[in-house]
Write a protein that binds this ligand. Sequence first.
Ligand code: TRP
Ligand code: SF4
Length: 402
Amino acid sequence: MFQDLVLSGMRPTGAMHLGHYHGALKNWLTLQNEFPCLFFAADWHALTTHYEDPSVIEQTVWDMFVDWLAVGIDPTKATLFIQSRVPQHAELTVLLSFFAPLAWLERVPTYKDLVERHAEQGRDILTYGFLGYPLMQAADILIYRANRVPVGEDQVSHIELTREIARRFNHLFGREKGFEEKAEAAVKKMGPKKAKLYRALRAKFQEQGDQAALGQAQELVNDVQNLSLGDKERLYGYIEGGGRMILVEPEALLTETPKLLGLDGQKMSKSSGNAIMLRESPEDVAHKIRTMQTDPARVRRTDPGNPEKCPVWNLHLVYSDANTKEWVMQGCTTAGIGCLECKQPVIDAINAELRPIREHAAQYEEDPTLVRNIIQDGCEKASDLATDTMRDVREAMGLNYG
Ligand code: TRP
Ligand code: SF4
């Protein structure tokens, strides 16, 4: 515990496209080589908005995993699982709901926005469950004591809520009887050298608010081998005062990659019809790009254009090297090149990017049980981790009676 752990989830509401690849999956690929990672299909989160049409979830969940595997998410490095197959997430959501202030949920900025947006699409999500969406997300994260959560900008307020919930939990339930004595006893168990260093760092943090000292003390606790989980929680909490630190406040890892925009220059999404899917055929990719809108000023081949007003340019920004971009700039503004000519390097680059993904996907498409087994395995691993946290949570909330 208190080890670095990355966790992220996606709602299985549609097949994966290039926007997911550049906006999230590429980042996951880097992370899986740096940290233990948990990646999951948030099927309950999908149900909060799609409860009237749940078949979408079944249709997309397996495709989603095939896409993850096809881009190179490696089940020997990362644990892949399905939220609803680890029902402890639901138990923690309920337990958190008892002390999660209603006002915290109502003021999450995505809430009113999404209610409106879904209403426009004929979905009524003025439900108890949807109000609890970010709380369930908090449970997803806290149940693994994950400290790093890669998400997009739109999810930052959910991570902030998660931090507040963790803090409130520790404040309410980390205060056991005799905490000070138990914490002091745990300090002694560290051995004289480490205990001395711990005390010094704790004092430095408490007296001078020294954040670096806080970090060093946490690391020190992290590295101690012979302590029980409960004692580690005490030592963690004791640095800052309070009580045991049972749940861990996570940090958002913002994905800073320039977002890949859709064929119309808007955010890429399947429902907007502006997406290129990860397993799109080379012919379809070529067709979609050839029929893309360009700068409306270029009515005829001889009319000069401005790449800044053209969605094809967005793709060049992601896919083309400096020379090609220069060639586009020059050629477009002087009517030196035609739009079809301009699009060809993008078609080639996207198809080159997708080729290995398609090939890799084929092996999983041919063998669906392979995917089922990988996920089954991941669900079991996730469940084991969740069980450890839930034992502490139940105990702290007084549910451990005989
Ligand atoms: N709400 C996230 C989204 O829409 C999906 C999600 C659910 C998630 N639980 C999570 C992401 C936990 C990160 C961590 O994208
Ligand atoms: Fe767009 Fe390229 Fe045509 Fe210019 S030449 S309008 S950048 S497609």
